[in-house]
Design a protein around this ligand. Structure first.
Ligand SMILES: [Zn+2]
Length: 335
């Protein structure tokens, strides 16, 4: 493992993240703060912001750590220490009562995600939603998740000399997904997908959804002759993890093929919890079809329910990360 300079933690964050921060607008302009404090920039959006203390401010009535500034368009940006940001994120991204080693694995993932993603060319580093990581400020923090962040302080996942590209989702259904299959781009050796036998306690490990064929036809009728009716569905092609890649629509006008991702988009992400569609089953007595599948979410990277299962078996956070991100290593930023 490459050893980082002694001051690596602060300089790593300060240099790329603070380097491009724009001059603050309004009353909170404090040159000393801007030059001295390493801070993430989390875009909170439009609303009322006011200082509460030296360490806290309120945004739309909710307390947040750090300081705030406004972009030229008036949106509020929270400038917050990476570790303090993680207190809220880990509590939002994983149930606080889960085992400590799972919470610690989640903490290392969330920290690495930030460092790998942050782009100094943007006006902010992260948004506080699932598009990056969920962040609710102080009100979302819990003792167990804050403890997991502190226990793993400055600990990250690396691939070679770089921060690993991090993804995580609720339940993989038995095999994690390859990042290239999910999102395209180069195949990363540590995100190629691995078998997972530890997430079967999830309520979404297996699921069934029922769809009215008439509605499906309306949702998928683009490019089909008017009046075409969908009669049945089949998984036509799967990727290496078993997830559906292409779906055959059996219609009154013959077969049509759609990307499984387009099917999920059309019916809704909540209605089809993942692309691990094990089979479709046409109801012989009604104009509807069942989809049986497994998992919740994209399935790439850490399987959170799997991490929980492994932690309950006594595995450590480092062991958990080694299983889901093979060929990576855990590193400490300031050693
Ligand atoms: Zn799993």
């Amino acid at each position: 493992m490459t050893r980082l300079p002694r001051s690596g933690f602060l300089s790593l964050i300060a240099a790329p993240l603070l380097g491009a921060v724009k001059a603050p607008q309004g009353d909170d302009a404090d040159p000393a703060f801007w030059s001295a404090s390493p801070a993430l920039r989390v875009l909170l959006g439009r609303g009322e912001a006011a200082p509460l203390s030296a360490e806290l401010f309120s945004f739309n009535g909710r307390p947040f750590r750090g300081k705030f500034s406004r972009l030229a368009d008036g949106q509020v940006v929270n400038l917050v220490d990476l570790e303090a940001y993680l207190y809220s994120v880990v509590a939002a991204e994983m149930p606080a009562h889960w085992p400590a080693q799972a919470l610690q694995a989640q903490s290392i993932c969330a920290r690495t995600y930030v460092l790998q993603r942050s782009d100094p060319r943007r006006e902010y580093d992260l948004i506080p939603s699932q598009l990056d990581q969920v962040y609710n400020g102080v009100a979302g923090e819990t003792a167990s998740t804050t403890d997991a962040v502190r226990t793993t302080a400055a600990t990250v996942l690396k691939y070679g000399n770089n921060f690993a590209r991090i993804a995580y989702s609720s339940c993989c259904g038995g095999h994690t997904e390859g990042s290239a299959d999910a999102w395209g781009g180069p195949s990363l050796p540590y995100l190629a997908g691995v078998p997972c036998t530890w997430c079967d306690a999830s309520p979404n490990f297996r699921w069934t959804r029922v769809f009215a064929l008439g509605e499906l036809g309306a949702q998928l009728s683009d490019g089909m002759p008017p009046g075409t009716q969908v009669q049945d569905l089949r998984v036509a092609q799967r990727d290496a993890s078993g997830r559906a890649r292409q779906v055959e629509l059996v219609t009154t006008e013959g077969s049509a093929f759609v990307a499984a991702s387009a099917l999920r988009r059309a019916v809704g992400f909540r209605e089809l919890p993942s692309l691990l569609i094990l089979q479709f089953q046409r109801d012989p007595n009604a104009d509807r079809i069942g989809a049986q599948g497994g998992g919740l979410g994209h399935g790439v990277g850490l399987c959170q329910w799997g991490a929980r299962g492994l932690a309950l078996q006594g595995r450590t956070a480092v062991e958990i990360l080694g299983l889901y991100f093979p060929a990576t290593s855990v590193a400490h930023l300031d050693r």
